[in-house]
Write a protein that binds this ligand. Sequence first.
Ligand code: ZN
Length: 234
Amino acid sequence: MPSSFKIATISGIPIRIHITLAILFPLFLLSYAGLGIMGVLLGGLLGIGLFASITLHELAHAVVARHRGCHIHEILLLPIGGIAKISNMSSNHRDELWIALAGPLTSLALAGGLLAVVIFSAGAIPFVAILALALAKMNGMLAGFNLLPVFPMDGGRVFRAWLSPRLGRLRATYWAAKIGKLFSILFGIWAVFPILKGETPDFFLLIIAVFIYQSATAESRQVAFEEWRRENPY
Ligand code: ZN
């Protein structure tokens, strides 16, 4: 059984949805069932709006990366967010900076556009205003969270792009990954902290913390290997 399936192709880039998200989404809608049909409708539109926002964020990374000579395989949507799968990634720090900034800047622009919708629809169509406000907040949070200096998230990539011309790519990645791992440990502690008060841990944040730790480790090893290959071509 494939682990993901294609839902669309935008600008030649396949958008795929992971099977876990396809299973969790109807369960998420069920949690709104107590609020009646309008609740389910609002929940459904919020969920679709959130993943459309994540797709646009990842598409922005992908389109800028392609413009700078990288190869885009697909955009994969997972319950924890989206990933633009890019190969032949540029190691030029200016390219990395713009590829990393494209996603959060798009999310901020979307948040601004949605706030304009809130202003224009507030009096006339309250349902649209409520939806647009919730999506504006989600896009603002998406931009803010991704801009934290936590490698390999966008802010961490911006940080590495800033460090690279100063320390060299290898040492810049080493320090960006170290800070990324430190943040992921803090996220992990924050996620399990409610257990001390007899409450449920934040599983979502915990998964993100593990994901960041593993990705930071994998990517710093990858860069170390690339640099070694560059210095030892034979
Ligand atoms: Zn991003």
